[in-house]
Design a protein around this ligand. Structure first.
Ligand code: BEZ
Ligand code: FE
Length: 296
């Protein structure tokens, strides 16, 4: 290792950059920065990165940042298609313990969705077949969790989220419910369909360069928050979807696949009269206690 950072060999360069973090006030910053540098340098050497490739990478990251807004999170999308998002889910939400498994948040979550009553029609005006979604929020020992905040969001029959439409004057296919005294929640929406993730940015470039498909299997997103429990971010996927084993962002877990049952017109399980055919799905969301999460 050189005494001064001059005339460095490849090994000395890496060592000098690692040493430059020795004064970091936070031990965690030091661990993360050092590991990142080690892996980035190893990557450059392993592939013999050309200057054109380095410039293309910088350009992709720059464009991803420039096109990211509240409604279009291209940097999140890059993380998703590279499997980084699911790797982070895996590190932070190991399966086991009886809680519902986690999966990616994705780029279409919006903080502050309108609070709606149980039974509300979130799909109002969205293209698609009506779908009644019911569930309950429970502890790992099966007790109901009342007053849990349940954020839901999903695409419509066109495969689009509300934030992807120009000029919608209110959220659609999206809302924040609260579980009742028995932990139950229910709402109407439309049957979710498989959809391609946006491919008009650097994440799409990655997919095309890899000869990869952009599809996500049909699903409904949930984020559940309740005092004393770890926040759950997950989806429920539609059983039988042909893309379940080819998700562009690697987010499918078998335990998150549920039947969306088709019904003829008639009285729906929530008592609503339906004069058109509809679907229904039921799924219980089980929360991990926060103390257990802290010990992971
Ligand atoms: C989503 O399910 O909304 C999603 C997740 C990752 C990338 C794109 C979309
Ligand atoms: Fe989605």
């Amino acid at each position: 290792m050189a005494a001064t950072p001059r005339d460095l060999t490849a090994e000395e360069l890496t060592a000098a950059v690692l040493a430059s973090f020795a004064g970091a006030a936070s031990p965690r910053v030091r661990v993360v920065a050092e590991s990142l540098v080690r892996h980035l340098h190893a990557f450059v050497h392993e592939v013999g990165l050309t200057e054109d490739e380095w410039a293309a990478g910088i350009d992709g990251l720059t464009r991803a940042g420039q096109m990211s807004t509240g409604g279009r999170q291209e940097v999140v999308l890059l993380s998703d298609v590279l499997g980084v998002s699911m790797a982070v889910v895996g590190v932070n939400h190991a399966a086991g313990g009886g809680a519902t498994e986690s999966t990616v948040l994705g780029p279409f979550f919006v903080e502050g969705a309108p609070v709606v009553e149980n039974g509300a029609d979130l799909g109002a005006g969205a293209p698609g077949r009506p779908c009644l979604i019911r569930g309950s929020v429970r502890t790992t020992s099966g007790a109901p969790v009342a007053a849990a905040a349940v954020d839901v969001w999903q695409a419509d029959e066109a495969g689009l989220y509300d934030v992807q439409y120009a000029g919608l004057d209110a959220p659609r296919g999206r809302g924040r419910l609260h579980s009742d005294g028995e932990g139950r929640f229910w709402f109407w929406s439309v049957l979710p369909v498989a959809y391609p993730i946006p491919t008009d940015g650097p994440a799409g470039d990655v997919l095309r360069a890899g000869g990869r498909a952009p599809m996500r299997p049909a699903h409904v997103h949930f984020r559940v928050e309740a005092d004393g429990f770890e926040t759950l971010v997950t989806h429920v996927f539609v059983a039988g979807d042909p893309h379940l084993d080819a998700d562009a962002v690697f987010g499918v877990k078998s335990s998150l696949i549920a039947e969306f049952t088709s019904h003829e017109p008639g009285t729906a399980p929530d008592g609503r009269w339906m004069d058109v055919a509809y679907h229904s799905m039921q799924y219980d969301l089980v929360l991990a206690p926060r103390a257990a999460a802290a010990h992971r």
